[in-house]
Each structure stands twice: as structure tokens, then as C-alpha cells.
Ligand binder design. Structure first.
Ligand code: SF4
Length: 500
């Protein structure tokens, strides 16, 4: 069973760029492909099927940039990544990006060909949302890999080629043996062998067990323990990743520090040419200082922090996809905006983000963070549910209150469509992140006042997933509906594409 991890699926990756399902997922795919051919390739062909959401969005939302950054062997935080295609070409690599139909059945399908003097590598892969990627075919052989293992391929029909190899999984494929191991393996004998190292922060392992996989199981697990949600998050992630609870806590502390820096940078002001909005956070900050407009108190601090994070994302600064890059403002901006305004400690912020991460794990387990599958409710909606739990944690609420706040917040997100203008993750994304932050504030306060969530969290997540899938595909990150198709949206599209 592939249980989600807080750091793989819900809070992270730390990255640059507008979209985790485009930039971060493509970066991981590029890194895996580079590894497979040992960095030896002179030609790259990237194929997008026009029937998929990547057809119209691969460039504007950063798939190409992420892919080329991974192929160059650079980290996904490399500040040169906007110019990665140029850098790749300057190393002598031929790059061809094609829009051609090839029968892709998933909205986020990549077909990537790397060529060197000896061989072609042809990969099919899908982006699963939040930076997660699955390679589903290698050179005509159906496989399944997520970048959470050392993967070794022995091209032989003779299973004895894997004799003596210690691995979690040794799988007979049609034409090769796929080996999944926690460490690199050595293959004896004269076989063609290819390998890829892991790209996810938390690895997988055989017979992986977690103490609970949904909120109902968690509540039962906690019946005789009376732990807070953040403590349960520590237990879950420690079991999931085979690491200590202290390591989990410190990993989240690193993320909180990155987020706090990004918020400060955004408030200071950001600049980047290829964006629709100019920097918005300094405007909001100065309005707060001037006492212009309504004084919303803590809500103002949250709007400012959410906007700062979205500004940083749009200027190719470093953000944390939490749960996705497009929704990078909702959860961190709400949680840290409140915590910083009230002068709460770093440990409290870490605890709150852990609680949010565990709610994210439940969503990833039963639904998706992919807007291509579930619309914006999958992104900012999920972030709102996670943020509501984080807020209750900041105010020392119970595990049950955290879960109920997440449930209530998620209930209000159903039907939220994804219709980014000009295929940029800016408008209406900024507004939706702010909207969902307000939803989290309200839900947390309502639950702490004694309101009832009524529908249990797990049922809400399952229902949310079903609603998401029933949103017309034009309104699921394809740029073919909603605000994207308004006359002004179309004009902006032309302008951003370099037209008049
Ligand atoms: S509308 Fe929502 S889901 Fe779509 S790109 Fe913007 S933030 Fe992401």
C-alpha cells in the first residue's frame, strides 16, 4: 500500500515556480530520466498530447522549465531555472517540444525521449499533483515507479539474473526485471542494466505500516492516548518514513523557516517580468499602515502573508508547495500570518504545520491535490482544510476540534473551479488563496466556539473528490473555461504569449 507522506505529498517540495504539478513533477521526471542514461544524451524530445491539460499549459505553467532543470541535474530551487532551456541547448543538446496526439489517457501525461549515441530512452509519465510523479512506461515496458526507491532494471527474461540481490521488490516485467531497493544494488553477470536513484525526500519500504490512514482510524488509535493532532502527525510520519519523531519535527522546522523568509521577502517586494500582477503585498502592507479601508485585524495579517507568498511564487522565488505551488499561500499564509502577528513561538508554528500536514495526508490518501483532476477545490480548498486544523492547533485545541475544523472548511470549498487567466497561476489564484484563507479562519473559529462539523472529515474528503471529478474538464486547469475565456482573459493570454 502506498501511504502518503507529509513531506512527500502534503507539505513540499521546496521549489521555485508557479505550479508543483508542472514544475516540481517535471523536474523529478527530468532528474530520473537523466539518471537512467547517466547524464549522457544529445537529444531531448518532449511530446504533449493536445487532448491533455499539459498541451496548452506546459510552457506557461513551467513543465518545460522544470523538466530541463531536472535534465541539467540542477535542484528545483536553482535560481537559473527560468533559463534552463537555453542552458540545456548551450551544452549542445538538441531540444524539440512537440504537440502531437499519441492517445494519452491522463490529463498530465508526459512522453519524454532522450537520445545518445547508443540508445533511445522513451518514458511515459504522469504528474499526480503536488509535485508527485509516476513513470508508467519505459521503452515500451509497463512499469510503475514514483521516485521513492532505488530502481534497477535488468534487461533479461531470466529471473535468475536477480539471484542474490537484496531488495524490497523484484518484479518480472515483459522484457526486464524491475528491482526496488532502499540502497543501490550490484548486478552480477553480463546483462544490460539501468538504474535511477530516489528523488522524494521520504523513501518507501516493503511492508510499510502506518498507525492509521484516515481520521476515523486515527480517532480510534488515539482513544486511549489523548494526543494532540500534531503529536499524531509525528507518529504517522515517523512510521511512514522510518525516521525519528525528532527528525520529523526538525524537518518541519526547516520548512517553517523557509516559509517565514518567503513571507518577509514578499512583503519587502518582488519583481519579475513574466507575470500578470505586479507585486501586491507591499500595497496591502502600506494600506494596513495607513489605516485605509476596513480594519480586519488578524485577517489583514493573513491576507498580507498569503499575498506575499503568492508574489514570491509569481516572481520565481523559493516557496513551499503546501499542498501545491498554486495554493502555496492559503495554508502557510494563514498559519504563519496568525502566528507571527500574535508573536507565537517557532515550536507552535511547527506544531501547527504538522497538524496541517496530517490532514493533507488524509486528503492525499482519499482524494487528490491535482487541479487537473479536482479543480481548485483540490488545491486551495485542500489548503483551507489543512489551514483550519493548523489554526486550531495554534490555539491549543483538541485533536477532535482540529479534525472538525478541517471538515467544516473543506465542506465550503466544493465546486471551486480552476480557470487561470492566460495559463498563469496568478489570477484568480491569488484571490482564491485569500478566499480560502478566510474560510479557514472562519471554520477554525466556529469549531472552537462549539459549532458542529456535522459530516465526518473522511466522508467530506470522499465527497469532495467525487465533486471534483464531476467538474467539467474546461474548468480543471485547462485554460479553456471560466475567467480564462473572458474577452479580457483572452487579451491577457495574447499579451503574455507575446502577441499584441
Ligand atoms: S485556479 Fe486554483 S487550482 Fe487553478 S491554477 Fe489557480 S490556484 Fe491552482
Amino acid at each position: 500500500m502506498n501511504y502518503p507522506s507529509i513531506f512527500n505529498d502534503a507539505i513540499g517540495p521546496v521549489m521555485r515556480g508557479a505550479s508543483s504539478s508542472h514544475v516540481a513533477a517535471a523536474h523529478r521526471l527530468g532528474a530520473l530520466a537523466r539518471d537512467y542514461v547517466n547524464g549522457d544524451f544529445h537529444t531531448v524530445i518532449v511530446d504533449y498530447d493536445p487532448s491533455t491539460s499539459l498541451g496548452p499549459t506546459h510552457e506557461s505553467q513551467g513543465s518545460d522549465m522544470g523538466l530541463f532543470t531536472g535534465l541539467l541535474g540542477w535542484p528545483v530551487t536553482d535560481e537559473r531555472m527560468a533559463a534552463s532551456e537555453t542552458h540545456l541547448r548551450e551544452t549542445g543538446v538538441d531540444v524539440d517540444i512537440r504537440i502531437i496526439p499519441y492517445g494519452a489517457t491522463h490529463e498530465n501525461t508526459y512522453r519524454l525521449t532522450l537520445r545518445n549515441d547508443e540508445e533511445d530512452l522513451v518514458l511515459y509519465a504522469i504528474s499526480l499533483g503536488g509535485g508527485m510523479v509516476e513513470i508508467i512506461e519505459i521503452n515500451g515496458i509497463k512499469v510503475s515507479l514514483f521516485g521513492d526507491y532505488f530502481e534497477t532494471f535488468i534487461f533479461s527474461d531470466d529471473m535468475s539474473a536477480a539471484d542474490g540481490i537484496e531488495a524490497d521488490h523484484i518484479i518480472e516485467r515483459d522484457g526486464c526485471i524491475q528491482i526496488k531497493s532502499q540502497r543501490p544494488v550490484t548486478v552480477n553477470g553480463d546483462y544490460q542494466v539501468r538504474s535511477m536513484g530516489p528523488v522524494l525526500p521520504i523513501g518507501a519500504r516493503k511492508d510499510l505500516q502506518v498507525p492509521f490512514a484516515n481520521s476515523e482510524q486515527m480517532i480510534a488509535y488515539n482513544a486511549d492516548k489523548n494526543l494532540k493532532l500534531w503529536q499524531l502527525a509525528l507518529k504517522y510520519e515517523a512510521a511512514r518514513g522510518n525516521i525519528s519523531e525528532e527528525d520529523v519535527f526538525e524537518k518541519m522546522r526547516e520548512i517553517v523557516r523557509i516559509l517565514d523568509k518567503s513571507i518577509a521577502d514578499g512583503i519587502q517586494g518582488t519583481s519579475y517580468d513574466d507575470r500578470i500582477y505586479p507585486a501586491q503585498a507591499p500595497l496591502y502592507k502600506s494600506r494596513m499602515g495607513d489605516n485605509q479601508g476596513l480594519n480586519l485585524g488578524l485577517h489583514d495579517d493573513v491576507i498580507l502573508a498569503v499575498t506575499a507568498l503568492m508574489d514570491v511564487k509569481s516572481s520565481m522565488g523559493v516557496i513551499v508547495a503546501a499542498p501545491t505551488a498554486g495554493s502555496c499561500g492559503t495554508l502557510p499564509g494563514t498559519c504563519l500570518g496568525v502566528a507571527n502577528a500574535l508573536g507565537l513561538s517557532e515550536d507552535q508554528k511547527v506544531q501547527a504545520m504538522l497538524s496541517a500536514g496530517l490532514i493533507g495526508v488524509f486528503i492525499a490518501y482519499m482524494a487528490t491535490f491535482s487541479a487537473e483532476i479536482g479543480g481548485c477545490q483540490a488545491e486551495t480548498g485542500s489548503g483551507s482544510g489543512m489551514a483550519a486544523a493548523a489554526l486550531v492547533t495554534l490555539f491549543d485545541g483538541s485533536m477532535e476540534q482540529c479534525v472538525d475544523a478541517a471538515s467544516l472548511a473543506l465542506q465550503n470549498t466544493f465546486g471551486l473551479v480552476c480557470d487561470p487567466v492566460a495559463n498563469r497561476v496568478e489570477a484568480p489564484c491569488l484571490g482564491k488563496n485569500v478566499l480560502m484563507a478566510g474560510n479557514a479562519l472562519s471554520a477554525a473559529n466556529m469549531i472552537m466556539a462549539g459549532f458542529q462539523a456535522l459530516i465526518p472529515l473522511d466522508e467530506v474528503i470522499v465527497a469532495m473528490h467525487k465533486v471534483g471529478q464531476s467538474i467539467p474538464c474546461e474548468l480543471r486547469c485547462t485554460g479553456k473555461g471560466g475567467l480564462a475565456m473572458t474577452p479580457t482573459g483572452q487579451k491577457l493570454f495574447q499579451k503574455m504569449e507575446g502577441g499584441s
